[in-house]
Write a protein that binds this ligand. Structure first.
Ligand code: PAF
Length: 283
């Protein structure tokens, strides 16, 4: 496995692979791998001749009071895990390679970022869209795999690929969970033992929402209220949002008559966790 740090070298590597008629599957990451990342790598590796894992903690997607400096890093462990998953390349550029002096372009979407996480994190999706656009241009993959835990991010990327005519297949991988239901996240390491127990409120409340909808519940406000009640019944929790919305537009719905996205962001202690589930009332 090669570790590439320079944009030009990455582009040359991809060019030579393309000339041989071989395909590249990209898994963009910010590192500190857990099972969720490894499952994205497995999917991309199975779909393409070469797996490229990018590893870059993107400052542009962190707001001023967010945890950029505290973001966990363990490069040697990550390189080893990516190699075990069969990666041909880990692309791990330093910041100045991605954002050189006088960098001034950004990619902005009009409406998807205005919902859910975008409400509290106004710069986040612009930062994601910009860096992912750059990664697509640098790595030139045929396939890129993202986790469905970041559902809004996945929709933002699907939209930008469509809008900017990238010839890249975007694959959304199912959420990977701990045995007790907690969605895997690099941020779970910040949870104390008590907070770890309270973090289960997210997956439990999605199960509750699913049960209510399957039992014929249609009133989105009532479903939302039950979810809020369950989460706030746990210690250390503070809700950022609970949404029952259209999975494509992310607009809130009043009535559940078609598949809905139930999406949550909850601070458990100081750690902000997200989770979601698409629930089809017809199933
Ligand atoms: O999901 C992430 O880890 C990041 O948002 C991504 C897609 C790698 C862009 O920095």
């Amino acid at each position: 496995m090669k570790v590439i740090k320079k944009v030009e070298e990455m582009q040359q590597w991809s060019e030579s692979v393309r000339k041989r008629g071989e395909t590249v599957g990209l898994v963009p990451t910010m590192g500190y791998f857990h099972e969720g990342h490894l499952s994205l790598m497995e999917t991309a590796g199975q779909m393409c001749d070469h797996l490229v894992v990018s590893l870059f903690v993107n400052p542009a997607q962190f707001g001023e009071n967010e945890d950029l400096d505290a973001y966990p890093v363990d490069l040697d462990r990550d390189y080893k895990l990516a190699e075990e998953k069969g990666a041909s390349v880990v692309f791990a550029p330093p910041r100045e390679e991605v954002y050189p002096e006088r960098f001034q372009t950004s990619v902005a979407l009009a409406s998807l970022p205005r919902h859910l996480c975008g409400l509290d994190r106004p710069v986040h999706f612009g930062g994601v869209a910009t860096v992912v656009t750059k990664l697509f241009n640098i790595v030139g993959p045929q396939v890129a795999v993202f986790g469905a835990k970041d559902f809004q991010q996945l929709q933002v990327i699907r939209q930008l690929v469509k809008d900017l005519n990238f010839n890249i297949r975007i694959v959304g991988n199912p959420i990977v969970r701990e045995a007790d239901g907690l969605a895997m996240s690099s941020r779970n390491v910040y949870l104390s033992t008590d907070e770890r127990a309270s973090a289960l409120s997210l997956s439990r409340s999605l199960e509750l929402a699913e049960g209510l909808i399957r039992d014929g519940g249609k009133d989105a406000a009532a479903i939302r209220a039950k979810v809020v009640e369950l989460i706030t019944g746990f210690d250390h929790t503070a809700i950022d949002y609970v949404a029952v919305c259209d999975p494509d537009t992310l607009e809130d719905v009043d009535s559940v008559t078609a598949p809905v996205l139930v999406a949550l962001a909850v601070k458990v202690g100081t750690t902000r966790l997200i989770d979601n589930r698409v629930i089809d009332p017809a199933q």
